[in-house]
Design a protein around this ligand. Structure first.
Ligand code: LLP
Length: 379
């Protein structure tokens, strides 16, 4: 991370904790890495990873489009001025409002089941999502291309759905595949794209192959890119990709303050962030790197637990830390994706503020909620 520790501590002092902070230079660097690996592929950011408007505007300004999966995400894209070929509307269970908003903005739809051919607005542009029926190297909740998953059509159905789209007067631009998220092994992508290539003889050439996202932060990006390009080439297609995590995870840290400690057989350090701010450890057993922003000669291993009255509210286990004291600040890394985005107001907790670090300075890109914000929609 290129944000100096002093600046992190200043941010925590000035804006309070829990606090999400993002490093603008790492956001730009991640996009540059994607472009270096994938060449001229069209990039659609899966905004579910982090839909903050400031980040969306920055990506939009850099020529990135958006993959949207809800009326709210489509509204965010519209709000920042994205239109037409810059938009994908995806999801396994789209509402009438989502079809209408997508059509109004000229988005491309990702068709997830045969029935959708009849639900699409007239003369839509559409891709067909294929489920390659493969096990992949990630948490079960993050696998979307396994047999029995709710996503996409089968390999057998895909050419039929492409034909049905054409017969119904839509423009069937190609195929889409997204096998899951935080995938560690690049070989999983090779296998998935390989299954798609088998369809080539039946489908003939296609205009677009959308290879989805899902790249784990440690995965071999160049290897994945090469295989995606090979698959696109097999169809004579233009390559599209939909990274979420890869574009924003590394840029983000969650700052949290030590509230106190307790030793009850295990060593607990209690902090002011928990499952409501960073759900991933509880939901997926995700491990986020932890950085202590203080020094102490005595070190030992600690479980880091949040303030919620839920026993699963533990952010990390067995972390080697310098002796913690109330008021000191910890930074959870790789938190730019699915961190703030999945934070909740459970327990009437106010969602954290978000700051952007750019050119040696902080700007607030989302203010901290107040309890009033949390109950604003209630009678
Ligand atoms: N495209 C489609 C169709 C997707 O469903 C997703 C993510 C992406 C692209 C972006 O995937 P990424 O590059 O971010 O892996 N909440 C979970 C992640 C769920 C991802 C859902 N779909 C987490 O915290 O890990």
């Amino acid at each position: 991370m290129s944000i100096p520790p002093d600046a992190l501590l200043d941010a925590a002092d000035t804006h309070g904790t829990p606090l999400y902070v993002y490093d603008a230079s790492e956001l730009d660097a991640a996009l540059a890495r994607v472009r270096a690996a994938f060449g001229d592929a069209r990039v659609y950011y899966a905004m579910k990873a982090n839909p903050n408007l400031t980040l969306l505007r920055r990506l939009h300004g850099a020529g990135v489009g958006f993959e949207c999966v809800s009326a709210g995400e489509i509204a965010r894209a519209e709000h920042i001025g994205a239109r037409g070929t810059q938009l994908l509307v995806n999801g396994p269970a789209k509402s009438d409002a989502e079809y209408a908003a997508g059509a109004r903005l000229g988005a491309t739809f990702i068709v997830d089941r045969e029935e959708e051919v009849r639900l699409l607005p007239p003369s839509s542009r559409a891709l067909v999502r294929v489920n390659p029926a493969l096990a992949v190297s990630t948490h079960d909740h993050l696998a979307t291309g396994a047999a029995g998953s709710k996503f996409g059509v089968t390999l057998d159905q895909a050419p039929l759905v492409l034909d049905a789209l054409r017969v119904a007067g839509h423009t069937a631009v190609g195929l889409h595949v997204h096998i899951g998220s935080a995938i560690r092994d690049a070989g999983d992508f090779t296998a998935a794209f390989g299954r798609l290539i088998e369809l080539r003889d039946v489908t003939g050439p296609l205009a677009v192959l959308d290879a989805g996202g899902g790249w784990g932060l440690e995965a071999d990006l160049a290897g994945i890119a090469l295989e995606a390009q090979r698959a696109a080439h097999a169809f004579g297609a233009e390559l599209w990709v939909e990274p979420g995590r890869y574009l924003v995870a590394r840029a983000g840290h969650l700052l949290t303050r030590v509230v106190g400690t307790k030793r009850t057989g295990r060593n607990f350090v209690l902090v002011d962030a928990g499952m409501t701010e960073l759900l991933r450890p509880m939901l997926y057993g995700a491990v986020h790197p932890v950085m202590a922003l203080w020094d102490a000669s005595e070190r030992s291993r600690w479980d880091i637990a949040g303030p919620a009255c839920e026993s699963g509210d533990v952010l990390a286990r067995d972390v080697d830390l310098p002796r913690p004291e109330r008021g000191q600040v910890l930074a959870f890394g790789d938190a730019g994706a699915y961190g703030a985005a999945m934070s909740s107001s459970y327990l009437t907790r106010s969602r954290p503020a978000e700051l952007l670090w750019q050119d040696g300075d902080w700007s607030v890109i989302r203010r901290r909620e107040t309890p009033l914000d949390v109950w604003a929609a209630e009678e």
